[in-house]
Design a protein. Structure first.
Length: 244
């Protein structure tokens, strides 16, 4: 795992965007699977700005997503809504192929089968992931098998609380399940990018980077990936024993 330390959230976002932009500049037909959430809000802003200024082209690319809540697609907290509001609804030119999971369907197994076919058809050049406060990747919560494949996952309470805080939801409104790529799926990407910012992520960062490679910290599996980049700001790195 390559570790890049930054001063703050803004610098972290800039460095993360450089990785993403570099993927498209190296390969106009790149396949990128992304995530959503507070850690990547600024990254998406930079991505949109670069596309709309004509500095970055995604017209021949494939962009897909890591996970989706089990809920009506138009709920304000869904990945679908996030991607429309923060990316697809803002860019002047769209990717050739856009793929999103649909957690609103009645037959979840059929949706899993459909998306598995998408993953098989478009091998990922870059997998973008966030880090949960409990070390989760996607919706792979602590205890998820390193061999897990696309599945419907129950969210741990800390994950539910994070969603509530970010989206302004009550406990009753908050979703409790997600369709998610499994850890084995994530590891199949040619390159993986993970970012973490803020003191609330510090314990998860320490476990992922300095703890044992264990299913109790799903993010620790990335240390076994041949091309993973972990970008963290000073606050998120504050508990690491190695300061450089």
């Amino acid at each position: 795992m390559k570790i890049i330390r930054t001063k703050d959230y803004e610098e972290m976002s800039q460095k993360a965007f450089e990785v993403i932009a570099g993927t498209f500049r190296k390969n106009a037909n790149a396949v990128v699977n992304t995530t959503t959430g507070a850690s990547y809000d600024r990254v998406f802003e930079l991505w949109v700005e670069a596309i709309n200024r004509g500095e970055l082209s995604v017209e021949n690319s494939v962009v897909m997503n890591l996970d989706e809540y089990i809920a009506d697609r138009n709920k304000p907290f869904t990945v679908y809504t996030y991607m429309q509001k923060k990316f697809y609804g803002l860019i002047r030119s769209r990717p050739k192929i856009v793929e999103l999971l649909d957690g609103s369907v009645k037959d979840l197994q059929s949706e899993i089968d459909r998306y598995n076919a998408v993953l098989n058809k478009y091998p990922r050049d870059l997998q973008i992931v966030g880090l949960g406060v409990n070390g989760h990747l996607g919706a792979n919560e602590p205890g998820a098998s390193f061999q897990s494949r696309l599945f419907c996952a129950d969210s741990h309470e800390s994950t539910i609380r994070s969603t509530m805080g970010y989206c302004g939801l009550t406990r009753e409104e908050a979703p409790t399940q997600m369709l998610t790529l499994g850890l084995a799926d994530i590891m199949e990407a040619k390159e993986v990018l993970l970012v973490a910012s803020g003191e609330r992520k510090a314990e998860a960062v320490k476990a992922a980077i300095e703890g044992p490679i264990s299913e109790e910290c799903p993010a620790s599996i990335l240390r076994a990936h041949p091309n993973a980049t972990f970008i963290i700001d000073e606050a998120a790195a504050s508990l690491l024993e190695k300061k450089e």
